[in-house]
Design a protein around this ligand. Structure first.
Ligand code: FEO
Length: 405
């Protein structure tokens, strides 16, 4: 049963939320579910913008039918071909045999690779600047390669200044009644999920995101509403400006705030003890934002989001089978995949009789851009010894001073 959700008088929300899926892309925890957004424009011509994941597609087909109310679908616009948006589309094309599908050349290739595209003869390839007239609405296509896949484009409604932004500006989290960010306490309840989504899903592609922003600026577009493919919609000057500013910060790999994220893996609690002591020392030195995580416990996507949020990090290199503890090794490698950079980092290490954990960690970050190492790596043998407290305090001094710089 469809309950009508309007973006404007003639643009309807037809997306759905999934609260059953455990992990997005089988990687990222979804404690609050996820929304797959899709939009339907009713003009002289009708246009559906993007599909949704097949897991909740039966409801989606109902939504589309209800909004069309017996009208035909003229256009299906596919901004992004990842299966969380396109696994429902062969069925849409089957149900609406007169619909033309608009997507990029690479988008067609991916549709073919994923779905053996049943309706190839109904594809119209679009390129930079192409427009589509629906009647009142004129849509312009903006190529956005690598935000976050190579085939991505965005669609701009020149009539209402609405950017249909594909994955950009998306959030984890199912829709909870309110569709619009201005109806929510966004900073309190949603910003962390928007950040976790961007950093983990799109984070590697900062340069591509900035290129799209430059293109939008060069075109002189005055975005009034942003309709992403996941999470809340931005429709007020305040919320549009807020999320654009966050994206500029995230895409340029600048920290949002000063603060220290201490990440360890601790088998029996001794490395954790070292982290807790250092965190206490930082608190005594007036460091305001301190996060302490065990990488074996907290979902990695949350730790990564905070590592991008704050200016400083401390990584504990625990030796395990002579190598770097596996979950820390995986975290650090994922950070490099996401182009982690422009941060101040420090190392702690713990070993009982040998091993290469610190060297492996340093090698992982060797090619990362602008990671400034603060202080000397601080080493313990199995547990913190009483005569090491002064040395750990020295490292705390150096970290606190690096934040004050
Ligand atoms: Fe929401 Fe890149 O898929």
């Amino acid at each position: 049963m469809y309950y009508q959700r309007k973006i404007t008088d003639d643009i309807f929300y037809v997306g759905e939320s999934d609260r059953r899926l455990d992990r997005f892309e089988n990687m990222f925890e979804l404690p609050r579910g996820i929304a797959y957004n899709s939009y339907l424009i009713l003009d002289e011509k009708t246009a559906l913008l993007d599909g949704i994941d097949e897991t909740v597609s039966e409801r989606y087909y109902e939504n589309v039918r209800a909004v069309l109310a017996g009208r035909d679908l003229d256009y299906l616009i596919v901004n992004h071909v990842e299966p969380d948006h396109c696994s429902s589309l062969n069925n849409i094309l089957r149900e609406y045999p007169n619909a033309t599908m608009l997507l990029t050349q690479k988008g067609e290739q991916f549709m073919e690779q994923f779905y053996n595209l049943d309706y190839k003869d109904r594809v119209r390839i679009v390129s930079e600047g192409d427009q589509l007239e629906l009647g009142k609405h004129t849509l312009q296509f903006i190529m956005a390669p690598n935000v976050h896949w190579p085939e991505v484009m965005m669609t701009y409604d020149l009539t209402n200044d609405i950017l249909f932004s594909a994955d950009a500006f998306g959030s984890f989290g199912a829709i909870e009644g309110h569709l619009f960010a201005d109806q929510l306490n966004f900073e309190r309840d949603w910003l962390s999920e928007a950040r976790r989504y961007y950093i983990n899903i799109v984070g590697r592609q900062g340069a591509s995101v900035m290129r799209v922003f430059k293109k939008i600026e060069d075109l002189g577009l005055n975005i009034k509403t942003i309709c992403p493919l996941h999470g809340p919609i931005y429709r007020t000057p305040e919320t549009v400006a807020m999320i654009l500013q966050k994206y500029i910060t995230w895409a340029s790999y600048e920290p949002e705030e000063n603060g220290v994220v201490l990440v360890s893996a601790s088998m029996y609690g001794d490395s954790q003890n070292m982290n807790d002591i250092l965190a206490s020392m930082l608190a005594d030195r007036d460091v305001k934002n301190i996060r302490v995580y065990d990488v074996s416990k907290t979902p990695v996507s949350e730790i990564i989001a905070d590592l991008f949020r704050f200016s400083n990090a401390v990584f504990t290199c625990l030796t395990y089978n002579t190598e770097l503890f596996p979950s820390m090794d995986a975290l650090m490698r994922e950070l490099t995949m996401l182009n982690y950079q422009n941060r101040k980092i420090s190392y702690l290490q713990n070993q009982s009789w040998g091993g290469r954990a610190l060297k492996i960690a340093q090698d992982i970050f060797e090619k990362s851009k602008n990671l400034e190492v603060v202080g000397e790596p601080f080493k313990i043998l199995s547990s913190v010894a009483p005569d090491q407290i002064d040395d750990l305090a020295k490292l705390a001094d150096e970290i606190a001073a690096s934040i004050a710089d």
